[in-house]
Design a binder for this molecule. Structure first.
Ligand SMILES: *Cc1c(COP(=O)(O)O)cnc(C)c1O
Length: 430
């Protein structure tokens, strides 16, 4: 079968809830992937930062294979000999009393919402059904009915109502708005749920001091500071966690994606006893959450992040990436407007409007040249290679990006030099 055949199969038999770039991948190693015809690419998406440790990392895959041949699933009806050691490991790794293991990012966000509400009623003393959770404009926290209820992305929300109540949405990176919302809902705020850097929105890095200020405001109002680090965590932004850049300790920490190095769905919610102990047997759970394979994989993936100094690599290589792209932009690019990000979570904004096809068309052309990336909006492309990428490969990737941008510049802004691609919904999300 050729790539068109595989694409045709997905098109015919799979729900059309995604619009992938026309590339069919069949193998991956480190920062590289290969399509079914054997063509090599640099992966500058890393499965939305799930593959920080690189594709098929031998230590992580090894831990998975070994555990898969020993014991895969017991359910939480019984204890297993991998869960306890993993729980101790991850609690010490991030400095929390307890962890609640789940599978996907959205499930972990749901868990954090339930935890915050239960804490609000049973510890803070908010009257039943009055608890509010403050969230931000342009948030992305996953795809469940409750989570999309507080999204302002119409594409993600439309026709999925009735929606879940209990959320107040404020501007991102705006401490005055947070203060006003905390005061307006006096005493009834369970927590503030925030992405330390907004990934899906287009890699928006908040002003310095925002996270620290937000945490302080939450403390003053007895509200929980809930950090969704599903995309930013596990060394992606140049620190173990993105909140570490401001030395902020969340009351509830949400992790997913790279906590498994991308080999298996693993997510986790961490909190201290005062919060976590409100959940008692039977009040929350998941058949697969905390299974022995997940536990073995997560320990291996977190160990690799430390052993290979992925945070340090992300910090150093990220600065080089932004320096190279900035140099091109400052030399008078007519197509690229700005580059922003932290560590190896970066985005380039192209000189066009949000609804344009330019970012998509650039991504199609970069794929032809051997680099995979995806737009987050019509005019924003995210660049987030695995953190194990070598400096040499990163610079080869930068060359592909710059050559492609120049090609679009020469052809005139927004023009499509190679192939015309039509698709109705180019605003892509996870
Ligand atoms: C990807 C993501 C999620 C959802 O994770 P899934 O595993 O796709 O459910 C939640 N929050 C953030 C910030 C994410 O980037």
């Amino acid at each position: 079968m050729n790539q068109q055949d595989f694409i045709a199969l997905e098109d015919q038999y799979g729900a059309h809830n995604y619009h992938p770039l026309p590339v069919v991948l069949s193998r991956g190693q480190g920062a590289k992937v290969w399509d079914s015809d054997g063509k090599e690419y640099f992966d500058f998406l890393s499965a939305y930062s799930a593959v920080n440790q690189g594709h098929c990392h031998p230590k992580i895959v090894g831990a998975m294979v070994e555990q898969a041949q020993t014991l895969t699933l017991t359910s939480r009806a019984f204890y297993n000999d991998k869960l306890g050691p993993y729980e101790k490991f991850i609690c010490e790794y991030f400095g929390f009393d307890k962890v609640l293991p789940m599978n996907t990012g959205a499930e972990a966000v749901e868990t954090a919402i339930k935890l915050a509400r239960k804490w609000a009623y049973e510890v803070k003393g908010i009257p039943e059904n009055q608890a509010q959770i403050i969230v931000c404009e342009n948030n992305f926290h996953g795809r469940t009915t409750t989570i999309i209820s507080f999204s302002n992305d119409e594409n993600a929300r439309r026709s999925y109502g009735p929606y879940t109540d209990g959320f107040v949405r404020i501007a991102y990176d705006d401490l005055d708005a947070l203060k006003a919302a905390l005061e307006a809902n006096k005493g009834n705020v369970a927590g503030f749920l925030v992405e330390p850097i907004q990934g899906e929105a287009g890699v928006y890095v908040p002003s310095e001091g925002y996270l620290k200020g937000a945490k302080e405001l939450c403390e003053q109002h007895g509200a929980l500071f809930i950090a969704d680090e599903v995309q930013t965590g596990i060394s992606r932004t140049g620190k173990r966690l993105a909140v570490d850049h401001e030395d902020v300790k969340p009351d509830i920490l949400i992790l997913g994606k790279a906590i498994s190095g991308g080999v298996y769905p693993v997510s986790a919610v961490l909190a201290n006893d005062e919060v976590m102990n409100v959940i008692k047997p039977g009040q929350h759970g998941s058949t697969f959450g905390g299974n022995p394979v997940a536990a073995a994989v997560a320990v291996a993936a977190l160990t690799v992040a430390t052993e290979e100094n992925l945070a340090g690599r992300a910090e150093e290589l990220g600065q080089k990436f932004r320096a190279e792209i900035s140099r091109y932009i400052e030399s008078g690019s007519r197509i690229a407007k700005l580059v922003r990000g932290k560590g190896l979570l970066n985005a380039v904004v192209v000189n066009d409007h949000e609804e344009s096809e330019t970012a998509w068309n650039i991504c199609v052309r970069m794929a032809e040249r051997g680099l995979l990336a995806k737009p987050t909006h019509g005019n924003i492309i995210r660049f987030a290679p695995p953190l194990v990428i070598s400096e040499e490969d990163l610079m080869k990737g930068v060359n592909i990006i710059l050559e492609t941008l120049k090609e679009f510049e020469d052809a005139g802004e927004g023009d499509v030099p190679m192939q015309e691609v039509n698709h109705p919904d180019h605003v892509e999300q996870i």
